[in-house]
Design a binder for this molecule. Structure first.
Ligand code: KIV
Ligand code: NA
Length: 266
């Protein structure tokens, strides 16, 4: 069984078929999503907040990304695995971007990489694509810039920002990106970007007009503690389920109800 490729995703856009993407940060969870038929798994730098206990994506390192990416690749057979280049791993320029992206392909075995920015990341995208590395772009809210943006807000709301987003999207496509994440963008603008491009758009908080949709898996499955963003739908209550399991296990141990006869060797 072969993995999903950029050709499959291009064909899906031609046929007008929507597809789902989820983040994954470990082999076990990735194998669940692979078996569920999720075609694209993103080793997002959201691992910073959702897996590694940082309070943003900014501290995530290349070493961490390589370890998590390799685990997700090992846990999957069919999904295309895309890895985020973390903050500081491509901003110096195209050569740095190529060195770090190459590491993720060779060491971790990912099939594509993602980086934030349109026009500002053009030289990086061009060199990666020319080198044979599929690139997914990421526009709208770009969390690696949270310190400059002053928080996690909807992007592209005024006319000037909307025009810049359209230019960024075109720039990413022209540089050879095979897909484009649109994060926290007004639905009408995301739909306009989607119609104006021949590459698929992957929305998160960007309305129903995108070609694909992505969610952070811990948000999607109700594993996140506390509030989740408004654009999330929670499909399970994993945090509650897992907490209940842990509490029940603890009670059984204290009460002497576990282990029972069938868990013991004679
Ligand atoms: O890091 C991440 O999870 C992402 C998605 C939200 C697109 O970049
Ligand atoms: Na990310």
């Amino acid at each position: 069984q072969r993995r999903i490729t950029v050709r499959d995703l291009a064909a899906a856009k031609e046929r007008g078929e929507k597809w789902p993407m989820l983040t994954a940060y470990d082999a076990t969870t990735a194998s669940v999503f692979d078996e569920a038929g999720i075609p694209v798994l993103l080793v997002g730098d959201s691992a910073g907040n959702c897996h590694l206990g940082y309070d943003s994506t900014v501290p995530v390192t290349m070493d961490e990304t390589a370890v998590l990416s390799a685990a997700v690749v090992r846990g999957t057979r069919r999904a295309m695995v895309v890895a985020d280049l973390p903050f500081g791993a491509y901003q110096e320029g195209p050569v740095q971007a190529l060195r770090n992206a190459t590491r993720l392909l060779k060491e971790a075995g990912v099939g594509a990489i993602k980086l934030e920015g349109g026009e500002r990341s053009l030289p990086q995208t061009e060199l990666l694509v020319r080198s044979g590395i599929p690139v997914m772009a990421h526009l709208g809210l770009t969390p690696q810039s949270v310190n400059a943006l002053g928080g996690y807000y909807v992007q592209g709301r005024d006319e000037e920002a909307a025009q810049q987003l359209l230019r960024d999207a075109k720039a990413a496509q022209d540089a050879g990106a095979f897909a484009l994440v649109l994060e926290m963008v007004p639905a009408e603008l995301a739909a306009e970007v989607t119609r104006s491009l021949h590459i698929p758009t992957v929305g998160i908080g960007a309305g129903a007009g995108c070609d694909a949709q992505v969610l952070v898996w811990t948000d999607m499955a109700g594993m996140t503690s506390g509030r989740v963003p408004r654009f999330v739908r929670q499909y399970a209550k994993l945090r509650e389920t897992l907490g209940d399991a842990a509490r029940e296990f603890a009670r059984d141990v204290v009460d002497g109800a576990f282990p029972a006869e069938e868990h013991s060797f004679r």
